[in-house]
Design a protein around this ligand. Structure first.
Ligand code: AMP
Ligand code: TRP
Length: 331
């Protein structure tokens, strides 16, 4: 039987965080045997916020090295850079003519980001979900493993794909979101009502995957909690709840088991245990990352081969799309 197809993307818009790892990349590792997986570094999406060109270049290479360091095997998965496969930009135009202004206006990520960057609400920020839909649809994707913040974008992808299939004829597989039960939304360490995000200006809010152990210990020590003083799962303790879920994913325990293990313990002890659990998970990743970053030739080979594999699949779907909408094939 043919393997089902998985597609996911990550923006090279800053340093990857523990949220990216626990919410997304870590799960990608578990899928590489069973599925045919495409993982894309979406540099075109990252442009919706201004990026210094030299930073964008560096962050793109770092994101690739990080995916490899986290355990993705380039022989089993297709790892590639979005701008290397022009079919994404080409198909995005067609699909943008099939997506309504009203639909895009309802996207919460657009609303959040336009509030944050009110001086740069560019057209790309608005049409961003169309490009994301195309990323997914070009590969006839069945499953999209993401953190829960991306669910709305996947619902839009499904709506647009169904619209195309109904208007022309069966063309796209309708994808499903694939969201882990634990870790799908890691919160900021400083404002635990908000998700941990690469673009947060407060460095203490994030654990970056490359933070050294002493920085990780310091950030957890400073993590915002509450005055209740009991390690338990409760809605009025969002800071503690976040630490419980981080610990539970790192240690492969359920959240209930974690709460039980720390019954009667103070926040100080719990925070140090969480820090050590995270350090244990990140140390081997960091070691591999540094080794990979000093081997540019290998990284180039990975993204070049990835682009060829991706291009083959994407071109086929693009050709279908163009034909169905009535464009005349050049040859
Ligand atoms: P981004 O950083 O927006 O490129 O996100 C890349 C992937 O990480 C997506 O699948 C997101 O849903 C996921 N992700 C980002 N931030 C978090 C978070 N705080 N918790 C869980 N998943 C996250
Ligand atoms: N929008 C996603 C994010 O911000 C990144 C992304 C772009 C993506 N294209 C994708 C995720 C396709 C899954 C599938 O996290």
């Amino acid at each position: 039987m043919e393997k089902k197809i998985i597609f996911s993307g990550i923006q090279p818009s800053g340093k990857l965080t523990l949220g990216n790892y626990l919410g997304a990349v870590r799960n990608w590792n578990n899928l590489q045997e069973e599925y045919n997986c495409f993982y894309c570094i979406v540099d075109m999406h990252a442009m919706t916020q201004y990026q210094e060109p030299k930073d964008l270049r560096k962050q793109t290479m770092e994101a690739l090295a990080m995916l490899l360091a986290c355990g993705l095997d380039p022989d089993k998965n297709t790892l590639f850079i979005q701008s290397h496969v022009p079919a994404h930009a080409e198909a995005a135009w067609v699909m943008s003519c099939m997506t309504y202004f009203g639909e895009l206006s309802r996207m919460t990520q657009f609303k959040d980001k336009s509030a944050k960057q009110s001086e740069n609400i560019n057209a790309g920020l608005f049409t961003y979900p169309v490009l994301m839909a195309v990323d997914i649809l070009l590969y006839q994707t069945h499953l999209v493993p993401v953190g829960s913040d991306q669910k709305q974008h996947i619902e839009l992808t499904r709506d647009v794909a169904e619209r195309f299939n109904n208007r022309y004829s069966e063309t796209f597989v309708i994808p499903e979101p694939y969201i882990a039960k634990v870790g799908a939304k890691i919160m900021s360490l400083q404002e635990p009502e908000k998700k941990m995000s690469k673009s947060d200006e407060n460095e203490n809010a994030n654990i970056y995957l490359l933070d050294p152990p002493e920085v990780i210990r310091k950030k957890f020590k400073r993590a915002v909690t509450d005055s209740i003083g009991i390690v338990q799962i409760a809605d009025d303790q969002p800071g503690i709840r976040n630490l419980i879920s981080i610990y539970s994913v790192c240690k492969n325990m359920t959240e209930e088991e974690v709460a039980k293990a720390f019954e009667g313990k103070g926040y100080g002890d719990f925070k140090s245990a969480v820090a050590e659990a995270v350090i244990e998970v990140l140390s081997p990743v960091q070691e591999k990352f540094h080794a990979l970053m000093s081997d540019k030739e290998y990284l180039e080979k990975v993204y070049q081969e990835g682009a060829l594999k991706a291009e083959n699949v994407a071109r086929k779907t693009l050709r279908k799309i163009y034909k169905k909408v009535g464009f005349i094939p050049r040859s």
